[in-house]
Design a protein around this ligand. Sequence first.
Ligand code: HEC
Ligand code: HEC
Ligand code: HEC
Ligand code: HEC
Ligand code: HEC
Length: 195
Amino acid sequence: MFFFIGLVASLIVGWILFPKALYSQKQQPIDFNHTLHSGLVSNGCESCHFFREDGTYSGVPKLAQCIECHEEAQGSNPEEIKFVEQYVKKKIEVPWLVYARQPDCVFFSHAAHVKTANMNCATCHGPIGESEHMKPYQQNRITGYSRDIWGENIGGVKNTWDRMKMDDCSECHQKEKVSPGSVQTQKEGCFVCHK
Ligand code: HEC
Ligand code: HEC
Ligand code: HEC
Ligand code: HEC
Ligand code: HEC
């Protein structure tokens, strides 16, 4: 009986309380609606997220990509008014929080995955492109990294976009034979992903 209570208690701590205590939550500075905007722009996702001439990825859009439509607020949505008053009119870039942000020592290239390997955004990011609200950004209090690197779900069920830890990158790389041998046995293999 005590064993059982102890087991239940540790499950509660392990699955519910510990993850809550481990991550601090931050809201995005502006609640951006992807679904609404995808129907308004002329070139789909690439209107805001595109490859530059040199093959690097533009990543998160700058004010310049919003200004043609948001010089002045178009409606009465408080998020739009906040965006126009606090950022557009003051010419301050929005400090967006990047869920997928990797540590500085990691090298990642969108061109290799999106252009060469023809992968969908959702394979790694999940359905963010179809969302109406930005989810909270969860930061690991110990490492300072985003939860999207360290794992959404320690209960066992996992989507590719729940975690983007080293093992998850290399699991796919081994399957796709991106670099020969396994991460554990091939020291040279480290420099595929590390600077
Ligand atoms: C093609 C025109 C267009 C572009 C480009 C555009 N928007 Fe919008 N945006 C709109 C329209 C239209 C609305 C709806 C206004 C209303 O009636 O509330 C809107 C609404 C919004 C809102 C409030 C509604 C919501 O739920 O998001 C925010 C915040 C916003 N835009 C931010 C941005 C940001 C940030 C960018 C650049 C990354 C951007 N927009 C680029 C046209 C545009
Ligand atoms: C009008 C501009 C606009 C368009 C069009 C747009 N996005 Fe975004 N997107 C944004 C902004 C602003 C953010 C910043 C929020 C953030 O840091 O996550 C963002 C963030 C993202 C992210 C999150 C990256 C991260 O880890 O934080 C993904 C994934 C993404 N967009 C995918 C898409 C896809 C897929 C489409 C097409 C279906 C699309 N976006 C169309 C403006 C746009
Ligand atoms: C193979 C996995 C993968 C795929 C496929 C992928 N991404 Fe990413 N994305 C990442 C990772 C990892 C990062 C973080 C990179 C870093 O921190 O250096 C990222 C970062 C981003 C960012 C933020 C970049 C920044 O530096 O500001 C945006 C926006 C984004 N991705 C959008 C997209 C869109 C849109 C697509 C589809 C066209 C896409 N991604 C496809 C893994 C992927
Ligand atoms: C779902 C599969 C998948 C995932 C997840 C993935 N990759 Fe890849 N990656 C590939 C494939 C396939 C290629 C080879 C593309 C090509 O043919 O050049 C590649 C290529 C690369 C390259 C270029 C290698 C070279 O020699 O040109 C780098 C760097 C890289 N990946 C880093 C990462 C990192 C870092 C992560 C995790 C954050 C990651 N990848 C996650 C499939 C994946
Ligand atoms: C397929 C891509 C890939 C390969 C190959 C790879 N790594 Fe990583 N590594 C990552 C990613 C992504 C992270 C950040 C996420 C994490 O910590 O799991 C990381 C994190 C690390 C960290 C922790 C850094 C920190 O700031 O927390 C160390 C140390 C490391 N890798 C060493 C290695 C060594 C040694 C090898 C070769 C045996 C190697 N890695 C091969 C992708 C890779």
